[in-house]
Every structure is written in C-alpha cells, then in structure tokens.
Design a protein around this ligand. Structure first.
Ligand SMILES: [Zn+2]
Ligand SMILES: [Zn+2]
Length: 396
C-alpha cells in the first residue's frame, strides 16, 4: 500500500475547515477563557469518535485516536487562545468581541488540527498506534502548556513524538520553515523594584532617589548583551516598562522596571539572569537604594529534533514538492510548545502564511494581522496529516 494521498479528501472538505477557522476568528477568547472554542473542539472530536478529555489545564482538550493495531503515540498540538487586541480588519469574519482578536493564527491551528483528526480518523482500521490531539489554552501568556503538563497531558499514553505547527506571516505562502535544533527563544519576564526614600523634589539631598538609580540600571543592563554574552551567542534584554512617581515636585520612594529576556540556550539565559541581578543590586546599593527582583521563566527555547525533521523533510518533499523548505530560520519570539519538545522528541514548524499581493502580510499581534487561510489550511492539513501518517499508517 502506498502512503495515503489526503488531497482528494482535503479538496472535498477544505471549505468547511476554512469556515470553521473564520467562525473561531469571529469569537476570539483569551487564555484560560477558551470555553466556546474548547466546546467546539470537544464536540467535533466526539463526533469523530475520539476519546475526549476536557478541562486538561483548565480549558484544554485532549482527543485520543486509537488505531486498531499497536504502535507509537504521536502527539499533535494546537493552541486555541486569542490576544487582547482590538481588530482593525474589515472582513466579514472580523472579531465580534471588542478588544479581543485572533492576531496570531491560533484560530487556524485549531481548525487545522481538527481537520487532521478528521482525516486520520477515516483510517483508524489501518492505524498502528495512536494520535493524541492536544488543544492547548493560554499560549500567549506562556501558561497553557505548563497547566496541561501539571494535569498529566504527557501521560496515559505518553507520546513518543510531539508535532506542532504555526502559521507564520514573516514567511510567504509556499515556504515552510523546518529547522533543526533551537528555532525559537526562551522567554523570561523580569520585574525590578528599586526602593529608596522619597521626599521633596527641591530637596534631593534628603532622599535616596529611586528614579536616578533605576535609570542607571536600565542603561547598565544594556551591557549584558554587548559585554557579557559571547559575541557568537545571541540574547535580548529589553526593559519595556518604567513606572515611578506621579508628581512634578515629589521624588517617589519606589521605581518599577519590567522587561523580557530572550535566548536560545539555557546556559546563556542563566548567565543573563545572574548579571541582571548583580547589576541591579550593585547600582542600587551604590546609590543608596535597594532592589527586589523577580524573574519568571515563561518558556524554554524551542529545540527541534533533527531525526524527526529528517523524516518530515522526506514526507513534505513527497506530498508538497512545490514548497520551499527553509532550514535556517530563527526568531526571538517564544512559544510554550517548547515544554512539549523538551519532554518528548519532536518538532515545531512554521507554515508561511503571508500573501503580500492580497495585503495579508501584517505581522503577528498587529490589529490588522490576517493570513491566507484559503491556501494555507489545505497545505498545512496535508503536511501535518501526512507527517503523522508516516508514523502510524504503515506502508506495505
Ligand atoms: Zn502570538
Ligand atoms: Zn502564536
């Protein structure tokens, strides 16, 4: 038996899958509020006769497609959440929820994974192994994967391989980024409270000015990437929030800084955290202030398994020889898919989704973000279904 050609079924079904993506787009839900979305997912997986578990990581849903013969367990992960952005697109499927928008394409991921479940469920009788579909909440706040892990998503059964994809507007339709090793950065978020003692703006000698100290901390933090990170390594340290005071003649007692750290390597990340601590404490102390520092580790770097990619490269060349495969793409953006590919060998690939000629090339998280669902959904479904099939639908 040759590998299954999913194209005829995709051609017959894609209009419904595009319509489903647009329905989800109309009704975006923020992290851990994906009640309507999770309901649609659970209902569809039940209709396809998968074994369904809801409430995994609060609003997450897991569907298990059990083949008739034994074999490996392949996990397919899709995220479901939207962003607190007010949509500016004027399309008939624009968001109906003020201030909320699918501005990252997770509506597409949900629709694509449901389509893959549908296609593979039609081959259950030939299936050796099982497919575990993981519909994850709260990716954008970096908490959904961890919540699902806490609820045992990688147990009963434990996946052997974890696969995920992201529609990606930084790359045109027709290109797919499949990258060995680190592809997306780890994200830490930090808060530094600089405490001094406030007083009259005209009597600075009687204060310990936290604004002056915090300002010098911001400047000195710029030396971490330029002076401490090895030139051949990469990292980002960005201060993105600076709050202090609310009056022109009062020196406040406290200043607050927040920001993000990105890197591809946990050793670099640890060093950056250490320097962040040393620099803020040292400067604050020199200026008579104190600091309290809180660093939250949101995600790990996304590191893809080369042996999984080698297989996917063969599959993609067979089912979509026309696509351009990009092997050297990296982004400082972060993703909590990293937890799954850290625990299980796997890969996360980017399906190019921009169509500049149709104006569909705004960046992710932009109020005019949209992507070419009519071309991307059939392609992405074919790539993912064929990748999974290569593990669980034996040829010959
Ligand atoms: Zn996003
Ligand atoms: Zn995303």
């Amino acid at each position: 038996m040759a590998p299954i050609d999913f194209k005829p079924r995709i051609a017959a079904r894609q209009a419904d899958w595009i319509a489903r993506r647009r329905d989800l787009h109309r009704h975006p839900e923020l992290g851990f509020e994906e009640v309507r979305t999770a309901g649609i997912v659970a209902e569809e997986l039940t209709r396809l006769s998968l074994e369904v578990r809801t409430g995994v990581g609060q609003t997450g849903v897991v569907g298990l497609l059990e083949g008739d013969a034994p074999g490996p367990t392949i996990m397919v992960r899709a995220d479901m959440d939207a962003l607190p952005i007010h949509e500016e697109n004027e399309v008939d499927y624009a968001s109906t929820a003020a201030g909320k928008m699918h501005a990252c394409g997770h509506d597409g991921h949900t629709s694509i994974a449901l389509a893959v479940a549908e296609l593979l469920s039609e081959h259950r009788a030939q299936m050796a192994g099982r497919v575990k579909f993981v519909f994850q909440p709260a990716e954008e706040i970096g908490k959904g994967a961890a919540a699902m892990l806490d609820d045992g998503v990688l147990q009963n059964p434990a996946p052997d391989i974890a696969l995920g994809l992201h529609v990606w507007n930084e790359v045109p339709v027709g290109s797919v980024a499949l990258v060995d090793g680190p592809m997306m950065a780890s994200a830490n978020d930090f808060t530094i409270w600089v405490r001094g003692s406030g007083g009259h703006g005209a009597l600075p000698h009687e204060t310990r000015d936290p604004i002056v100290a915090a300002s010098q901390i911001v400047t000195a933090l710029q030396s971490i990437v330029s002076r401490n990170v090895k030139p051949t390594d990469v990292a980002v340290v960005s201060v993105t929030e600076f709050q202090a005071g609310d009056s022109f003649n009062v020196i406040p007692p406290e200043a607050k800084l927040r920001g993000t750290i990105r890197s591809f390597d946990t050793g670099v990340r640890d060093m950056v955290e250490d320097r962040l601590r040393e620099i803020s404490q040292g400067i604050a102390e020199a200026l008579g202030c104190t600091v309290e520092l809180d660093v939250q580790r949101l995600t790990l770097p996304v590191v893809n398994a080369p042996e999984v990619n080698a297989r996917l490269r063969e599959v993609f060349a067979r089912v979509a020889p026309e696509i351009e495969l990009i092997g050297d793409y990296r982004t400082m953006a972060a993703e909590d898919m990293s937890y799954f590919v850290d625990a299980v060998p796997g890969t996360f690939f980017f399906v190019g989704s921009a169509s500049p000629e149709r104006g569909l090339d705004y960046p992710h998280h932009h109020p005019r973000f949209d992507w070419d669902d009519e071309r991307v959904i059939p392609l992405a479904v074919d790539l993912m279904a064929s990748a999974v099939a290569s593990y669980v639908l034996p040829v010959e």
